[in-house]
Design a protein around this ligand. Structure first.
Ligand SMILES: Cc1ncc(COP(=O)(O)O)c(C=O)c1O
Length: 457
């Protein structure tokens, strides 16, 4: 397995050919999943005592298995938060794998971590956080949010011994991503929700804080605002919330996992004013910074607080803390020890193309959302639920039931035409099923949008 022979050389060529074909292919099909039993029937036993051989396994992958994956970068994949990694970043993902780098400690991964940090300096510069702020790349937004919540909780516990045995409390809004609630559970803290899916304002937050009982107020240690909600691209009142958090001595976390890429876009940058007040920020390069999966990031105003929360101790790790190995150790600032240098593909793509190209590609996503908004306004059968925000458009097909939306999604997916999925929008106490676009891929065309909207007639 670890020797070089002809089979390996041939397999390397086959793999490189596949990769070149895939990344230069501008006509991917949307594909749909098959059931596990169907896939099993197609490929048979693949894990056997003596192996089925690389050629056969790769054939099965190309012939059957890859066709059961939906390419996230298809220009008519406008569901969830899609992705569109640059070709340069994908290539360097291969280089990252081939280089076998342990990205936890500078001692072993200095070259790779240096590159990650170059990319991180650029991301941090977009936030306007003060000198000294810095971050690390994580497996995604969920891990970044967890790392930030744990840092905030540990900081709060360290402030007062009375906090040590208390269960912490965090306030966010119902527009926040599901990972905030899920990670609060992992960190064993309670969550209170400001009842809005629209902009969370400082006033609304203040009302919730004022309504807390004395014991709840003592347990409250953090507020999570969103810089681009997943459902509608809404940016909370970061300035007002940041100021309130300062006054109330609360940790201010901004989840900009999806929207963070738009910090580089001049047309919307003002919407993020106040993000520079954050104690921590999540931004996912694998969403709107065109990195391959997986690549999230967590940034801290005071990274030393994250280090106090996350730095692992063990006799086998002492060597990494030794003078001779001093340097930046990414493991100290988030939940993971062994890690891929997953910021490396982003670094290469940024270095190759320059940050202006990122600005243009992100502005294009915003422009596509505005174009879609205008088209929807002009068509009779659809209407906007709210104005487009960032690259999200939430709209309704007049007179449709939830089942109509579902059937339309399945039909489009089945025929390989598009992937656009329904969501729910909360107004007052009621939830309405609606449709939603999220634009990431700058190669999506106006014609794609028009065709999708017309397929709803
Ligand atoms: C605002 C926001 N936060 C967090 C996440 C979770 O990120 P990940 O899926 O990378 O863990 C998402 C995912 O869409 C998101 O939109």
């Amino acid at each position: 397995m670890h020797k070089i022979d002809m089979d390996l050389v041939e397999m390397t060529m086959d793999v490189m050919k596949y990769v070149i074909d895939r990344i230069s292919n501008t006509k991917t099909t949307i594909n749909k999943p098959k059931k596990a039993e169907e896939l099993k029937a197609l490929v048979g036993e693949t894990i056997t005592k003596s192996g089925i051989g690389g050629e056969k396994a790769f054939e099965l992958w190309k012939e059957h298995l890859t066709k059961s994956n939906v390419p996230i970068d298809h220009p008519r994949h406008l569901a969830f938060v899609p992705a569109s990694p640059t070709r340069a970043a994908i290539m360097f993902d291969l280089v990252t794998s081939a280089s076998s780098i342990h990205g936890a400690y500078w001692m072993e991964g200095a070259g790779g971590i240096f590159c990650e940090n170059e990319a991180m300096h650029w991301i941090v510069s977009l936030t306007g956080l003060p000198e000294g702020a810095f971050g690390v790349f994580t497996s995604g937004g969920t891990a970044a949010n967890l790392s930030a919540i744990v840092t905030a909780r540990e900081y709060w516990r360290g402030l007062d011994t009375a906090n040590e045995n208390k269960k912490g409390l965090v306030i966010t809004s119902i527009g926040a991503h599901s990972s905030i609630k899920a990670m609060a559970k992992v960190a064993d803290v309670d969550i209170l929700l400001v009842d809005t899916e629209d902009v969370m304002t400082a006033d609304a937050l203040n009302d919730v804080i004022s309504g807390l009982s004395a014991s709840q107020r003592k347990r409250l240690f953090a507020v999570v605002a969103t810089g681009g909600t997943t459902n509608a691209g809404i940016i909370d009142d970061l300035n007002g919330i940041g100021t309130l958090c300062e006054k109330e001595h609360l940790w201010f976390h901004v989840d900009a996992a999806y929207g963070g890429g738009a910090l580089v876009a001049d047309s919307v940058r003002h919407l993020f004013n106040g993000i520079e007040k954050a104690d921590s920020i999540t931004i996912d390069p694998h969403k709107w910074m065109f990195s391959p999966y997986d690549c999230g990031a967590v940034i801290y105003k005071k990274p030393e607080l994250a280090k106090q929360a996350h730095s692992q101790e063990g006799s086998y790790l002492d060597i990494f803390k030794d003078e001779g190995a001093h340097g930046f150790n990414p493991t100290d600032y988030q939940i993971q020890l062994t890690r891929r240098v997953r910021g490396l593909p982003l670094w290469f793509s940024l270095a190759m193309h320059g940050t202006d190209r990122y600005k243009q590609a992100i502005e294009r996503g915003i422009e596509l959302a505005n174009i879609a908004g205008e088209m929807i306004t002009k068509m009779d059968h659809v209407e906007l639920v709210r104005e487009p925000s960032l690259s999200c458009v939430v709209y309704r097909r007049k007179d449709w039931t939830p089942d109509d939306y579902m059937q339309w999604t399945y039909r489009n997916h089945e025929s390989g035409f598009a992937l656009v999925t329904p969501t729910k929008w909360k107004t007052g106490n009621s939830y309405e099923t609606v449709s939603r676009f999220c634009f990431i891929n700058p190669d999506t065309t106006e014609d794609d949008i028009e065709q999708i909207l017309k397929s709803m007639i």
